[in-house]
Each structure stands twice: as structure tokens, then as C-alpha cells.
Design a protein around this ligand. Structure first.
Ligand SMILES: *Cc1c(COP(=O)(O)O)cnc(C)c1O
Length: 368
């Protein structure tokens, strides 16, 4: 069976790691892109101790409300239209305001005093150069929002927080901290700050401010380049698995799979695994890609190389090390504890984030 197993207990554990790293900050747990592919419905119960959740689209926000999430929902790109702004008010969604049109909507339609939409995240472009007001426009936007009765959180997003030594980090931190002090002096002492994603939480403990916004680390991936999930005591929240459905011996000189790219140097025992890019396993993996086989009889674990092209519905692995009598029907772990999704991502020249959130609807989904 092709199966995605979600482990809510791992997510709760990872949330507790965030809280241990950022004990004074509120936590906005990022559940955008269907909770990084884990499934919002499966994940929300594990995040009950978070102060809020963050999503990228109004539809994701409404889905979370429908699932019963009654605390803060932060909409990280804000409303895209005035109609979305109205819906945000209706459903108590707390929006980012990153450019003039959103500012206009907020000033024209002010939510009731007790509405959660009264809290807005005003976005400052400190160097990422995607969203946000700049150095010239931010202060006056903040002042108008404050005067209209909004509570403000100054926010920005790191471009390189995964690499502690990148020179832009210090620049972004400085700009953010300077702007926050200016606003506190000139607009209101109550203005809050939110700077750190997962990588910032790990790498910049001095700059956690009022709200941290962890995403990937909640799901058990390492957010920084110089530490692993293991050293950060993060637990993978997803296991992606399949099964050996056939065995073969391929003769020396014979080729395997589409394009006949992989040629056996000697006779090799191979197994067919019922998984492919149609499920979300990456099509392009390099020669270091491997899976774990859990032997169907003895429950022994073996590392087995992925050989030949990944197809839509199947892959071939080298099972020379697995006892032939027990290999058929064995469980195959594509990612989970080993290999970790971050390793698979490296073999596919991408990041764990992408592999997690591009899984298809075909695999069964269960929770454990
Ligand atoms: C996605 C996102 C995060 C979380 O990032 P991670 O690297 O997954 O921790 C935080 N803040 C914003 C604005 C985001 O878009």
C-alpha cells in the first residue's frame, strides 16, 4: 500500500521544541499548503498549544475556521481583493498588510472593536524584496492603521536565515529592530514584532520578538544548513511508504527502466516498489538515493539503492542485501526516520518543503 502516515505526536513534540527555544514569544504555527502536505485536519489537533496558525490564502483560513480553529489565524499575504478583506472581517482573520491597496481597504472598512481582524501584521521589506512597505512608506502606513484603531505587529521575513553567516541577516535584523523602535517611539509603545521563521528561531535567539512563525521545523525537518533534524531533536511527522510487489534478478549487462539508463554491472537482485512520481516521489533522484526496506518476515531494516528511472507508478530498488525468502511484500520507507525527507530532497536537488507539499492524492493517508 502506498501510504502517508502522519504522526500528530511528533508535531506536538516539535511544537514543544519551538516553545523551549522561544519561551517568551507567541507561536504562529504555519499550516499553509495543507500543513506542508501533512493535512490541516490531521495537524490542527496537535497544535492546540500554539497561539495561532498562519496560512497563505483566504481559502486555507476558512478551511481552518471550518475545522474549528478558534484562535488567531494569520493570513500571511493578506487579502487579495476588497471582497477578501470583507470575508476576513467576517471570519475574524488577522491579515498582513503589505501594500497600498490593502491599506486602503483596511482604512475604508474598519472591523468592529472586538474583531480579531483589528490585529494586523504590517509588512516591512527589509531585504527579501518580495512583499512589504519600504523605509519611506512604512511609518505613515503604520500611523494611519494605528489611528484607525488597529493593533499592529511589525513583521518581515528572512531571505537567508538558514545560513547563519549570510551577510543579509544582520542587515535585515538591524532594519527591523530600528523600524520597530521608531514605531514604538512615534506611533505606539504597544506595537509588537514578528521576525523569525523556523531558521530564525534556531539561528537568532536574540531576535525572537513577540511572535515567532515556525513552519518546517514543526514537521520535523531541519531549517538550518549546519544542523540536522536529529541534532535539533525534531521528529519527522510524516512517513511515506509503499511495498515490494515483485522480485527479479537482472543479468549483468541488462538495463532497467525507461531510457535503459541503469545497466547492471553484475547480476543484481531487484525489487519493484509500488510508488512513483504519480504519488509524489521525485522523478529526478541521483545515484545516492535509497529507501529503507523493512523485511516482511524478520522486520529487519535494510538500506536499498533506487536504480533506474523513477516512473509514474513504480521504482526499482537493489535488494541484493535483503533475504530473498522474505523480501516480497516488505514495507518500503521512501522517507520518514530514514531516509529523512531532507536527505531525499538533497538527492533530488530540492528541499524537503517541496517534497512534502507536492505529494499527490493517490497515497492512502492514515494517522498514527
Ligand atoms: C512559510 C512562512 C514561514 C515559515 O517558514 P519556515 O521556513 O517553514 O519555518 C514564516 N513566515 C512566513 C511569512 C512564511 O511565509
Amino acid at each position: 500500500m502506498r501510504t502517508i502516515t502522519i504522526k500528530p505526536a511528533a508535531i506536538t513534540h516539535n511544537l514543544n521544541q519551538v516553545k523551549a527555544l522561544a519561551p517568551k514569544s507567541n507561536v504562529l504555527a504555519m499550516v499553509k499548503a495543507n500543513a506542508y502536505g501533512h493535512g490541516v485536519a490531521a495537524v490542527l489537533p496537535a497544535l492546540q498549544q500554539a497561539d495561532g496558525i498562519g496560512v497563505a490564502t483566504l481559502r486555507e483560513a476558512l478551511e481552518a475556521r471550518q475545522l474549528g480553529w478558534d484562535k488567531t489565524i494569520g493570513l500571511i499575504e493578506g487579502a487579495f481583493t476588497v471582497d477578501e478583506w470583507q470575508q476576513a472581517i467576517e471570519h475574524d482573520i488577522s491579515c498582513v498588510i503589505h501594500h497600498a491597496p490593502q491599506l486602503d481597504w483596511a482604512l475604508e472598512q474598519i472591523p468592529p472593536v472586538d474583531s480579531a481582524t483589528r490585529m494586523v501584521w504590517i509588512k516591512y521589506n527589509t531585504g527579501m524584496n518580495r512583499l512589504g512597505f519600504n523605509n519611506q512608506t512604512l511609518s505613515s502606513a503604520a500611523k494611519s492603521l494605528h489611528d484607525a484603531g488597529y493593533q499592529l505587529i511589525l513583521t518581515t521575513h528572512f531571505a537567508n536565515a538558514d545560513n547563519q553567516d549570510h551577510p543579509l541577516n544582520a542587515i535585515q535584523i538591524q532594519r527591523f529592530n530600528d523600524m520597530l523602535s521608531t514605531l514604538r517611539q512615534t506611533v505606539s509603545t504597544n506595537i509588537k514584532g514578528s521576525l523569525c521563521n523556523s531558521a530564525g528561531i534556531v539561528n537568532f535567539p536574540e531576535h525572537h520578538h513577540d511572535w515567532v512563525r515556525p513552519g518546517i521545523m514543526l514537521y520535523g525537518s531541519a531549517p538550518v544548513i549546519d544542523q540536522s533534524a536529529y541534532t535539533l531533536n525534531l521528529q519527522p511527522a510524516m512517513e511515506f511508504s509503499a511495498q515490494i510487489i515483485a522480485l527479479q534478478t537482472v543479468q549483468a549487462g541488462d538495463a532497467i527502466g525507461y531510457g535503459s539508463r541503469w545497466i547492471a554491472q553484475q547480476d543484481v537482485k531487484t525489487a519493484l516498489v509500488s510508488i512513483g512520481y504519480g504519488d509524489g516521489y521525485p522523478r529526478v533522484v541521483n545515484g545516492d538515493a535509497y529507501v529503507s526496506v523493512i523485511d516482511a518476515v524478520n522486520q529487519q531494516r535494510y538500506s536499498c539503492a533506487v536504480i533506474g528511472r523513477v516512473a509514474m507508478d513504480m521504482i526499482v530498488i537493489d535488494v541484493s542485501a535483503v533475504p530473498e525468502s522474505s523480501a516480497l511484500n516488505s514495507k518500503v520507507i521512501l522517507w520518514g526516520d530514514a531516509p529523512h525527507v531532507d536527505e531525499v530532497a538533497t538527492h533530488a536537488d530540492t528541499i524537503g518543503y517541496e517534497l512534502l507539499c507536492r505529494l499527490s492524492v493517490r497515497p492512502n493517508r492514515i494517522q498514527m
